[in-house]
Ligand binder design. Structure first.
Ligand code: PLP
Length: 394
């Protein structure tokens, strides 16, 4: 028996473990202090009423012989796929429900989708960005090429025809920087992908946080994108489904490589490896799209975004450059006084008992940045913001 050697390419120094150790040590030495985490990438507001009610109803259905459900369709129930189809239609995108695949969250599909691509593909990844793109590419034995996201290019690097790539991960709004590609940007990406014969894996997990009507929420708003892109969506941050687990992947019939419709391959893969997402979960997800559901989730999104605004304003007052709060639940800040991201992390923790995520965890271009999140409660965010006001930077 031989192990998958790709696992050995990971460093032992697991980033989030290192953070949790530092917090644990700090708490042990400062028992009287209240640590406030502005680092969390997890939601804290409860599921909205419409979702709870739909889930409760479906539990009742499961309790009766006549309405009990066993295994569901591997691709997801049609009732949910139809709702997602309509959601896209509102953005002017026509899909057919068979192009939509329900899964248990974007995280899973982001990695698993690599199974349908050959190991000798080159993966292009924006640095900084969500680390799962890197880890899943490493695990599947693929070569990675990075594209530099910097303050100068608003953390939105653009394609360069001299760089060869086969698979491109794009995240917009980006985690951690909150940057959003414009229509014009994405048109260039689609053109590049088509020229290269590559595929874009577009992570739209934060699309619901986009504030402006002038920014694209889906790669499929771009002409010809169906021929070169897959979109991955999630209800985690949109509707507090981080613990419930539900998301979706859209692969249009027009996505054809080597004469094969990619969605047929994905369907084949799903029928082998997935027995679907629970009925109760999918009924809950369906309720997100009801009139009430939309109103209620938007209220929660607004709540988180108010928090990011508070954080951003407090950093501005301290003269700390930051971005991201407009269209994402994150604030991406430049560490002051040329500190690197771990130095600033340590300063915030030891002086203010605030936790933020060192930017280096999202790629080397994050070395001198830090990520705050708006997912804590308003009360805690206000308290943290008060502490930031007293931060001494001399
Ligand atoms: N994509 C991005 C950019 C994320 O930040 C996250 C989670 O933080 C995910 C995907 C994973 O989402 P899910 O909870 O749907 O697996």
């Amino acid at each position: 028996m031989k192990l998958n050697k790709n696992f050995l390419k990971f460093s032992d120094d697991y980033f989030f473990y290192k953070i949790s150790c530092k917090i644990k040590d700090f708490i042990a030495e400062n028992k009287e202090k209240k640590v406030i985490s502005l680092g969390i990438g997890d939601t804290t507001m409860p599921l909205c009423e419409a979702v709870i009610s739909a889930m409760n109803n479906s539990i009742c259905e499961m309790s009766k012989k006549e309405t009990y459900r066993g295994y569901g369709p591997e691709q997801g129930y049609k009732f949910l796929r139809l709702k997602i189809k309509n959601y896209y239609k509102e953005k002017g995108i026509n899909l057919n429900e068979d192009e939509i695949f329900i899964g248990d969250g974007a995280g899973r599909d982001i990695g698993d989708i690599q199974e349908i691509f050959s190991e000798d593909n080159i993966v292009l990844i924006v640095d900084p960005t969500y680390p799962a793109y890197i880890d899943s590419s490493i695990l599947s034995g693929k070569k990675i090429v990075f594209l530099n996201g910097r303050k100068e290019n608003f953390f939105l690097p653009m394609p360069n025809n001299d760089i060869k790539s086969d698979i491109i991960y794009l995240c917009s709004p980006n985690n951690p920087t909150g940057s959003v590609y414009t229509y014009e940007n994405l048109e260039k990406w689609v053109k590049y992908a088509k020229n290269q014969g590559s595929i874009i894996l577009f992570d739209a997990a934060y699309e619901a946080f986009i504030n402006s009507e002038n920014l694209p929420r889906s790669i499929f708003e771009i002409k010809d994108a169906k021929e070169c892109a897959i979109e991955i969506g999630s209800f985690s941050k949109t509707a507090g489904f981080t613990g419930v687990r539900c998301g979706y992947t859209v692969i249009a019939d027009d996505l054809i490589f080597e004469g094969c419709q990619v969605n047929k391959l994905w369907m084949r893969r799903q029928t082998t490896k997935s027995n679907g997402v629970s009925y109760i979960t999918q009924r809950g997800a369906e309720a997100i799209f009801s009139k009430e559901g939309q109103k209620q989730i938007k209220k929660n999104i607004f709540y988180y975004k108010e928090n990011t605004k508070l954080i951003s304003n407090s950093l501005n007052e301290k003269g700390i450059w930051n971005c991201g709060s407009e269209n994402s639940p994150y604030v991406w800040a430049k560490c002051p006084n040329d500190m690197d991201s771990w130095d600033f992390f340590n300063l915030l923790l030891t002086n203010l008992a605030i936790v933020a995520i060192p930017g280096s965890g999202f790629g080397s271009n994050g070395d001198f940045y830090i990520r705050f999140s708006g997912f804590n409660s308003k009360e805690n965010t206000l308290e943290a913001v008060d502490r930031i006001k007293n931060l001494s930077l001399i």
